[in-house]
Write a protein that binds this ligand. Structure first.
Ligand code: IPD
Length: 333
């Protein structure tokens, strides 16, 4: 039996969930050490590409634990983790179809962790044939463990199926994005370049938030705008149905692999953040893991006039009509 055959996959899934629990305990132990020691973040973080791109010893310790646990159990699998990747000079997309690959962020929401803002977690994705088919996200300060495996459902704390509201799963609002909770991230690319990514994001956020008809007809009047500071938790909350829409550019495959597996297994749609030329008629492409451009829409039930999928595609086009294209090109993706 291969590790990814049906029985093998159950075993990999159980292993991934246990790994998420153990790594979450490590994060929580580190957070407890920080409690009473707040204010020391400068001493305990190191900068990577910028002052907001930081790594802590916890990121490195948890990644080392996860990496060695996987190597011991599945030596034939590949491993891609945020901290080992960041230390290399390559920014290429390294996931191939050659072998099952673990794509791991040991601590997503590092800034949150350093400030003891509870939205931090470990995020473990398992990729086969280029697709994330297992996702485990453990946010220990929140007592929230999200998990999913292709064909086995998506779960909160292993007992509550996602999305949470499911009898029936609500349709998306007819006037969407009006009535939706919109989640987005400022990200780490803070270059104050005119018409650069940060300014394009801000313009897009304002379009989504403005009153209907405002901003040349682009005003989306969403119910609320949220930023958790953890891309993978944004996706988990989209799978939960707490967020209707998540739009983001600039994060990396380890920030999203587990979350994408969970959203898709819950019945959500994940595609690209960037609007195509003909946004009314273009096909909705499948998300590309290494694209650094992501748009997710929550699981949706049917309405009297459309299927859940039609509602999701309608919302994708509504978002595309309000957002600016972002530029995060990289080799190999
Ligand atoms: C970051 C978070 C953040 C996203 C950044 C990521 P990290 O990950 O997911 O929400 O906007 O692009 O890099 O550094 O906290 O693991």
């Amino acid at each position: 039996m291969t590790a990814t055959g049906s029985d093998g996959l159950d075993e990999v899934y159980a292993f991934a969930v246990q790994l998420g629990k153990d790594a979450g305990n490590m994060l929580m132990d580190a957070a407890r050490e920080r409690i009473g020691d707040a204010g020391q973040s400068e001493q305990f973080t190191e900068e990577k590409d910028s002052a907001v791109d930081i790594v802590t010893k916890t990121d490195e310790d948890v990644e080392a634990f996860i990496k060695s646990s996987i190597a011991a159990k599945y030596p034939e699998h590949k491993f891609l983790g945020e901290e080992t990747y960041s230390k290399g000079s390559s920014r290429d997309y390294l996931i191939t179809d050659a072998a099952p690959t673990w794509c791991v962020d040991p601590l997503d929401g590092t800034v949150n962790f350093t400030h003891l803002f509870p939205m931090f977690c470990v995020s473990i994705g398992f990729i086969v044939g280029g697709e994330a088919i297992i996702g485990v996200i453990n946010a220990p300060f929140l007592n929230q463990l999200f998990s999913a495996c292709r064909g086995r459902g998506a779960w909160l704390n292993e007992s509550l199926p996602l999305p949470l509201v499911r009898n029936p799963v609500p349709a998306l609002p007819q006037q969407a994005p009006s009535g939706c909770v919109f989640s987005c991230e400022w990200g780490k690319d803070r270059r104050d370049t005119p018409d650069g990514n940060m300014h394009r994001k801000v313009e897009s956020f304002v379009n989504m938030a403005a009153e209907p008809g405002g901003r040349g007809g682009k005003g989306g009047m969403v119910h609320g705008v949220r930023s958790l500071g953890s891309a993978t938790l944004d996706l988990a909350y989209t799978a939960m149905g707490a967020f209707d829409i998540w739009w983001e550019g600039g994060c990396w495959e380890w920030d999203v692999a587990a979350g994408i597996a969970i959203v898709q297994e819950a019945g959500g749609l994940v595609t690209t953040a960037n609007p195509p030329q003909d946004l009314d008629t273009a096909d909705i492409p499948e998300v590309r893991l290494g694209s650094r451009l992501y748009l997710a829409v929550r699981p949706a039930g049917p309405s009297p006039t459309e299927s859940g999928r039609q509602g999701q595609e309608r919302v994708v086009r509504q978002v595309w009509s309000r957002v600016r294209p972002l530029e995060y090109a990289r080799p190999g993706a």
